[in-house]
Design a protein around this ligand. Structure first.
Ligand code: FES
Length: 176
C-alpha cells in the first residue's frame, strides 16, 4: 500500500514537471513577464526549482527593475529585484525566496498567505487601494495591521523603488 502511494506520488511529480517544462518551452520566446511568472508560480508551488530553466536575459528591461526588501519576523532582511508590472508574489517566486507557505493559492486571492505589512508612508503611496475581495481575505490573515496588504495584489511600479515590507511570523491559509 505504502509502495503504491509512493509510486503514485512520483508519477504525479513527473507529470507536473512535464507540464512545467512544456509550459516553459512554449514561453521560451515570449517576453511576457506575467506568463513567465505564472509558470514560475506553478513550479514554486510544486517545489520544482525553476531558476535555471526559467532564466531569461532581458537587458532592455533592467532599467525597469525595482528593488524590494522583505524583512522577516526575526529581523533578517532579504533584498530582491522585480520588474515593473510584477506583483510582490512574483518577486518572491522569481527570486526563489523561501517564505514557508507564502503564496499558496498562486495569486488567486483565496488564501491570505501572501500577507505583508507596509510602513504607513509606503502603504499610503501604493497606487491601488485594496479591493473588497482583498479586504475580505485580509480579515482572515494573522497579525493583521492597518497597513497590511496581500502581496499578490501589489503591482510594482518605478515609484515603489526601494520598497520595504515586513513578512509576518505566522500565516493563515484561508483554504484549510
Ligand atoms: S497568494 Fe493567495 S491570496 Fe495572495
Amino acid at each position: 500500500m505504502l509502495r503504491l502511494a509512493i509510486t503514485s506520488r512520483l508519477l504525479c511529480q513527473q507529470l507536473i514537471r512535464r507540464e512545467v517544462a512544456a509550459g516553459l518551452a512554449s514561453l521560451h520566446s515570449s517576453t511576457s513577464s506575467s506568463a513567465l511568472s505564472s509558470a514560475r508560480r506553478l513550479a514554486h508551488t510544486h517545489g520544482i526549482n525553476s531558476a535555471r530553466s526559467l532564466s531569461t536575459s532581458q537587458p532592455k528591461l533592467q532599467s525597469e527593475e525595482v528593488e524590494v526588501t522583505f524583512v522577516r519576523a526575526n529581523g533578517e532582511r532579504v533584498k530582491a529585484k522585480g520588474k515593473v508590472g510584477d506583483s510582490l508574489l512574483d518577486v518572491i517566486v522569481n527570486n526563489n525566496i523561501d517564505f514557508e507557505g507564502f503564496g499558496a493559492c498562486e495569486g488567486t486571492l483565496t488564501c491570505s498567505t501572501c500577507h505583508l505589512i507596509f510602513s504607513k508612508p509606503d502603504y499610503d503611496r501604493l497606487p491601488e487601494k485594496p479591493s473588497d475581495e482583498e479586504l475580505d481575505m485580509l480579515d482572515l490573515a494573522y497579525e493583521l495591521t492597518d497597513t497590511s496588504r496581500l502581496g499578490c495584489q501589489i503591482t510594482l511600479s518605478k515609484e515603489l523603488q526601494g520598497l520595504e515590507v515586513r513578512v509576518p511570523a505566522t500565516i493563515n491559509d484561508a483554504r484549510s
